[in-house]
Design a protein around this ligand. Sequence first.
Ligand SMILES: *[C@@H]1O[C@H](CO)[C@@H](O)[C@H](O)[C@H]1NC(C)=O
Ligand SMILES: *[C@@H]1O[C@H](CO)[C@@H](O)[C@H](O)[C@H]1NC(C)=O
Ligand SMILES: CC(=O)N[C@H]1CO[C@H](CO)[C@@H](O)[C@@H]1O
Length: 315
Amino acid sequence: MKYTPRIAIWLSCLAAPGLAATYTQTDSHQGEGFLESFTHQAIADPTNGRVNYVDQATALAQNLTYYSGDHFVIRADDTTVLSASGPGRNSVRLQSNKQYTTHVSVWSIRHMPQGCATWPAVWEVGADWPNEGEIDVVEGVNDQTPNQSTLHTSDGCTMPASRTQTGTSTLNDCSTADTNNAGCGVLAPSANSYGPPFNSAGGGWYAMERTTSFIKVWFWSRGDGSVPSDVANGATTIDTDNWGTPYAYFPSQSCDFSSHFGEHNIIINLTLCGDWAGAVFNADGCPGDCVTYVNNNPSSFTNAYFDIQWLKIYG
Ligand SMILES: *[C@@H]1O[C@H](CO)[C@@H](O)[C@H](O)[C@H]1NC(C)=O
Ligand SMILES: *[C@@H]1O[C@H](CO)[C@@H](O)[C@H](O)[C@H]1NC(C)=O
Ligand SMILES: CC(=O)N[C@H]1CO[C@H](CO)[C@@H](O)[C@@H]1O
């Protein structure tokens, strides 16, 4: 008698698979649809990059934002020689109009910006940074490692040193204050997850799952036969329990998610030089001064573009 209620709860869980890791698609972004679901942000680059983020009308007029069928392309200008005393190279920063807490996002990306000085990112962030947290899904600079996924938070959020993931942790303290803004990153294990090797493989799929108790990130290259079919097809329902070990796993055991992660917007940005890419420009094998390189070499940015097939959100 004493155990009856527990048995009843256990049975009701078995009977309700929706409580497991099954999700239903809430948003599907593709081609022209990105123009309505995302805003072009003509703002100053907070990371001091040599870019000039333009509004949607300018981006469309200059073909920095382009769509056709299931291609959505955003790029940096690759035709203009810049004046050293003028603004930076025109580029695009997009922010989702919707905000998300717990959800899954799945990206099918064919191409990401490549070349010296490029610092592309696909990420999610709250309005009150760092108090509402930041989740970087894909980020890197100058075509180099690290190709990493990172959390940035306020103080009091750390990750266990040992955890179930295929990637390699960098720092385990996610606090921006403690780590000089580095946060807690995990390097993807596969060389084709970023930059030129990603592009020459035809890109691939990135997926991020945020629950109240963990954040996971997966990557599959375009030709990877192990990609789950619900991921590859952008299915209307998905089951993340079938996706295998993520490359990055951030559990909440020593990080209270409810006080470190708020409502997030999704952001896609491409900056040039700036606090990270500029600082390691020569160390990454790029020539001379980063800002001078950006000013004088427009044709170096011909491949500095994202080509996104779709973004699906599940809740
Ligand atoms: C671009 O994205 C990265 C994501 O990690 C962020 O640190 C940086 O501030 C962003 N820059 C701009 C200008 O949005
Ligand atoms: C605009 O960019 C797209 C994608 O890169 C390209 O296919 C197209 O030819 C460009 N259009 C013009 C008018 O340059
Ligand atoms: C393209 C690239 O730089 N890939 C690297 C991603 O990170 C792993 C782990 O550090 C490297 O082995 C890859 O070469």
